[in-house]
Design a protein around this ligand. Structure first.
Ligand code: HSE
Length: 422
């Protein structure tokens, strides 16, 4: 379906949470868009809502079967229900705008096929980094061959918590509660805390950056759940802060390393300046060097602004072409590279030294042991020892090592480490 410039956008909106209400308010002040919300489908009829009661229904079919509605905007937090709504809408040839990272990441292949089969646009700029137009930029501007990598803070809630805990000395629980009150966190905040939201976003970015379709669960990821106050002290002594960073990096064999890990960030990195609910993405291309996208990554109005931009794009019949997938040779994910990491843990024998290709440095105090070393990607991808509650793993800056030659030689530092702990 194509929506012509003069056509009125008749919207069926699913969800009236922070983002849905934000969009409702913004649309009321954007008459030039010629868009109007005809009906809003919500789960609980009885809640008070700041919009006329006659707009609301709990019956999804009233929107999906309404021939006058030509755009469905899906802003609910239940990814399974969202899947049913979005697929039915596309099959009914209604254009769809969604902000649902989980739905998109988990079903991207099918959603691409449906767009083609029904010749209907499906836009989701709000799903990654809210107000930052990163998907459309990756899709339109950066050629696969020239795109060396991207690294970003893509989850506002965890970044907010890290800022409040480590800079402002708030407790983790208070910071999380505040992120929930502000409307940054997912309804199930474990999705934020455990890095699932971030890896969902990374898997969407991989499609538009490199034409890589991967299930998010297959990508190496962690969250902030095991990070300790002593890790931040250790980082500070070395001149770093710790951030949760999603990244993809093209290796010299042409394959792409992709992961979401905690990372030491130095004050010469653009990501160092990204605090609270802000997101930031550094894109590296071989000719242009680094470019930095920065903006609010969560919250009602920032997310609504991206939804609004998608609505406006429907006006000129914009749709994702999935250029890297269809017009270029899609890249492949790599599973064969090394990482320079710091593992912090408490308790002897928790992290056997055989896990490392090489131990570069270790230190310990009463609270914690910190071991810096080089591990193979598959050691982390195939094992869970580094995800135990007492262990945190932090990547060093430039810690994805391309062309690292395995040593398997026990250096002095490692021998001391072995003597000390084993
Ligand atoms: N929970 C998400 C975040 C919302 O904190 O980034 C925006 O996607």
């Amino acid at each position: 379906m194509s929506i012509q410039n003069q056509t009125k956008l008749n919207i069926g909106l699913f969800g009236f949470g922070v983002v849905g209400e934000g969009l409702y308010k913004v649309l009321a002040h954007t008459p030039t868009l010629n868009a109007q919300i005809k009906h809003i489908c919500i789960k609980h009829q009885d809640k008070h809502r700041n919009a006329p009661a006659e707009l609301f229904t709990t019956n999804a079919s009233e929107l999906l079967n309404d021939k006058e509605i030509n755009v469905i905007i899906e802003l609910i937090d239940d990814a399974d229900a969202a899947y049913r709504i979005v697929t039915k809408a596309l099959r009914s040839k209604k254009a769809v705008v969604s902000a649902n990272k989980k739905l998109i990441a988990e079903h991207i292949e099918e959603l691409i096929a449906l767009q083609q089969e029904y010749d209907t646009p499906f836009l989701y700029e709000a799903a990654c980094c809210a107000s930052i137009p990163v998907i459309r930029n990756l899709e339109e501007y950066y050629d696969n061959d020239l795109l060396q990598g991207l690294s970003g803070i893509v989850n506002g809630s965890t970044n907010y918590i890290l800022t409040k805990v480590f800079r402002e000395k708030k407790s983790f629980d208070d910071a999380l509660l505040q992120a929930q009150v502000e409307g940054f966190a997912e309804s199930n905040p474990a999705l934020d805390i455990e890095g699932i939201d971030a890896v969902n976003k990374l898997s969407i970015l991989l499609v538009h950056a490199y034409g890589i379709i991967s299930s998010p669960q297959a990508l190496l990821h962690t969250g902030i759940q095991n990070l300790q106050a002593s890790d931040a002290v250790f980082a500070k002594e070395k001149g770093y802060e710790i951030k949760l960073v999603a990244q993809a990096r093209k290796l010299s064999d042409g394959k792409v390393a992709a992961l979401v890990l905690l990372q030491f960030v130095k004050n010469d990195s653009q990501l160092y300046t990204v605090n609270n609910e802000y997101n930031g993405v550094v894109i590296e291309s071989s000719l242009a060097d680094k470019q930095f996208f920065y903006g609010k990554g969560a919250g009602g109005f920032p997310t609504a602004s991206a939804v609004l931009s998608d609505l406006s794009a429907l006006r000129y019949n914009y749709r994702y072409e999935y250029k890297k997938l269809h017009y270029q040779e899609p890249s492949e994910l790599s599973t064969d590279f090394y990482l320079k990491v710091c593992i912090s843990f408490k308790g002897l024998l928790l992290v056997p030294h055989e896990r490392f290709d090489r131990v570069l440095e270790w230190s310990s105090n009463e609270q914690r042991c910190h071991v810096t070393g080089i591990v193979h990607y598959s050691e982390l991808a195939n094992n869970d020892w580094w995800k135990q509650p007492n262990v945190s793993l932090i990547l060093y800056p430039d810690g994805i090592l391309d062309n690292y030659k395995p040593q398997k030689v026990h250096e002095t530092a490692e021998e001391e480490f072995v003597e000390q702990f084993i």
